[in-house]
Each structure stands twice: as structure tokens, then as C-alpha cells.
Design a protein around this ligand. Structure first.
Ligand SMILES: [Zn+2]
Length: 321
């Protein structure tokens, strides 16, 4: 028996509504992929620790997810070096934080979470075997490259590391290299920024209350991304509820936004600042020199740089870690 829907009669039946023509797929090249998200767009968000996806760029993940994007969060570590607000059940902080990450990612609407299985390097001090910063950037980049090659993301996002945490900066450089290896078919890469102007306000507003933490010992000029480098400012107020719910899942960690006045808190949580990264076409060469114990590979300058580097970011424990 013939399916009536496939016959000419059925197709020309005046009682049947004429199907609207299927619009042609919109090519990523024709779109502002940040603001004009299409269902089915693939996003890859690369972070160093559980909570970076929520305290760092949670609104951006939710913004993409609610518009139908398939968002994968790749997290390099389980955040074992984080400082829990109170002792965790069973004493396995990594397991607790991985569970928090998975719950938070679900709150944001992310479809998938991938752990890269490095250990949290901590803010400073010697690196344990398996620590993220003990792995050369090209090795971390190779892991991310394999993942991105499988996922074929349209958009890749990484935190810009301007809070000075060595893991954030290490994974940022590795993400850049991974995307660069994908060549012309790779995703559009954005760095999620903490603008220097906002970080100055954060320092001013919190100096009385939290003046004893290492951030307040820093030169404010060295904290945050120069505002002039921000290429995209995105209003993400519509997903604030999801962001709040995701941040609340990270019960083992203090929020960097706790105790802020309403105006500054909203400035952090309802607006995202991004820098589009245009990668240079360079050929990766294995560095001939030995990898220093605590260093990262600076792609721009093509050399190993020690932690902390010359940009004025003293090694310190961080509220944005
Ligand atoms: Zn972090």
C-alpha cells in the first residue's frame, strides 16, 4: 500500500496546507555566531577547573544552550587543589568537584562534559605529577585537538586567564594551539574576558572586606584584560537564573561574587565580554629546550615563560580560581 502522503494527490490536496519551503542552512560564515545562534550549532568550552564554567563563563554557556546549541564543556582537571569552604564528605575533593561540575553544566544546559584527567596545579608551589602545568602545552593541545576534531565545533571558548591563575593561562594557550591546528575548518575562537575596568571595581569594592587575599596584594594594573582588547559585549541577562543555579551547585567553593553590591554583581553576571582570537598561521615546532618545572609555552613569543610571568601577576590564591 502506498503511503498517501507520498502521492501526487496528497501533495496537491487543497485541504492540505502547503508546506513552507525549508530555508537553506545558514552558513556559519554568514552569521554572528555569538548573537545569532542556530539550533544544532556546536560549541566547545574549555576550562581548567570545575566552577570555571559557572563562575567564569556560565552565562555564555546558558546563552548558547537555550538557543539550541550543543555545548560541550571540556574541563582539564577535577579541581583537587581548590580550597573547600568546609571539609568535604569522604575527603575526595576531586570527586566532589567533578559532581558539582556535572550538575552545574546540566543547569546551564550543556549537553556534554569531558574531563581531561590532569591534576589541578594549584595557584603556586611545586607541581605534582600529572598536574596540568607540568604537561607541556603541546601535549594538552593534542588532547584538545583530538576532542575538537571529533566535535567539529563552530565556536570555541576559553577563559582569558587574566586573573593570573597558572592553570587558566596554561589551558588558554593550549586551546589556542588546538584550534590553530584545526586550520581553516576550525571553530571561531573567543576568549572570555575579565575586563580590567570591572576588575578594578571589584578590587575597590572588596578591598575592605577581603583585603587579606592575594588578589588585593596585586598591582591592579596587572589584573584583568585591557578593555580595548574586548571585541564583543553580549547582554546575557536573560539567562541569569540559570547562571545563579549553576553557581549554587559549587557548594564546596566560595563564589567570587558573594558580598558584592547589586550593581557590580549584575555587571559581572549579566554582561559577557569576549575577545575574538585570530590565530597566526605558524607551524608548531617542538621546543628544543627542556621544559622548566613551572612554566607555560607562550605561543606569541615562542618561548617558555615561568610562573608567575612578567605581566605582573604574582602567584596568589584567587577568588576566580
Ligand atoms: Zn579555575
Amino acid at each position: 500500500m502506498t503511503d498517501p502522503a507520498t502521492t501526487d494527490t496528497a501533495m496537491t490536496d487543497p485541504a492540505r496546507p502547503t508546506p513552507s519551503p525549508v530555508p537553506p542552512a545558514r552558513q556559519p560564515a554568514d552569521r554572528d555566531l555569538l548573537r545569532d545562534v542556530d539550533p544544532g550549532d556546536r560549541w566547545l568550552v574549555v576550562v581548567a577547573h570545575p566552577d570555571d564554567e559557572s563562575f567564569g563563563c556560565g552565562s555564555l554557556i546558558a546563552h548558547a544552550a537555550v538557543r539550541g546549541a550543543h555545548v560541550t564543556v571540556a574541563c582539564a582537571t577535577r579541581g583537587e587543589a581548590g580550597e573547600p569552604s568546609e571539609p568535604v564528605d569522604g575527603g575526595d575533593l576531586g570527586a566532589v568537584r567533578e559532581a558539582e561540575l556535572r550538575r552545574a553544566a546540566a543547569r546551564l544546559g550543556a549537553a556534554r562534559v569531558e574531563l581531561l584527567d590532569y591534576r589541578d596545579s594549584g595557584f603556586d608551589g611545586d607541581l605534582a605529577p600529572g598536574a596540568l602545568c607540568a604537561a607541556p602545552v603541546h601535549a594538552v593541545a593534542a588532547v584538545l585537538h583530538r576532542l575538537a576534531r571529533d566535535l567539529r565545533p563552530h565556536v570555541a571558548v576559553v577563559l582569558d586567564g587574566s586573573d593570573g591563575h597558572r592553570d587558566h593561562r596554561h589551558v588558554r594557550v593550549a586551546a589556542r594551539e588546538a584550534v590553530r591546528r584545526l586550520g581553516a575548518g576550525g571553530p571561531r575562537l573567543y576568549e572570555h574576558c575579565l575586563p580590567a575596568s570591572l576588575m578594578r571595581r571589584w578590587l575597590e569594592e572588596t578591598s575592605g572586606r577581603r583585603g587579606d587575599d592575594a588578589y588585593h596584594a596585586l598591582d591592579a594594573a596587572g589584573l584583568g584584560r585591557p578593555d580595548a582588547e574586548v571585541t564583543d559585549v553580549l547582554d546575557v541577562a536573560d539567562v541569569l537564573d540559570r547562571r545563579e543555579a549553576a553557581m549554587a551547585e559549587h557548594r564546596s567553593q566560595g563564589s567570587p561574587f558573594d558580598g558584592l553590591g547589586d550593581e557590580l554583581r549584575r555587571a559581572f553576571l549579566t554582561t559577557d565580554h569576549l575577545a575574538r582570537v585570530h590565530l597566526p598561521v605558524v607551524t608548531w615546532r617542538e621546543p628544543a629546550e627542556a621544559v622548566p618545572a613551572a612554566a607555560y609555552w607562550d605561543l606569541g613569543q615562542a618561548r617558555w615563560r615561568p610562573w608567575p610571568d612578567a605581566a605582573g601577576h604574582a602567584a596568589s590564591a584567587g577568588a576566580f580560581a
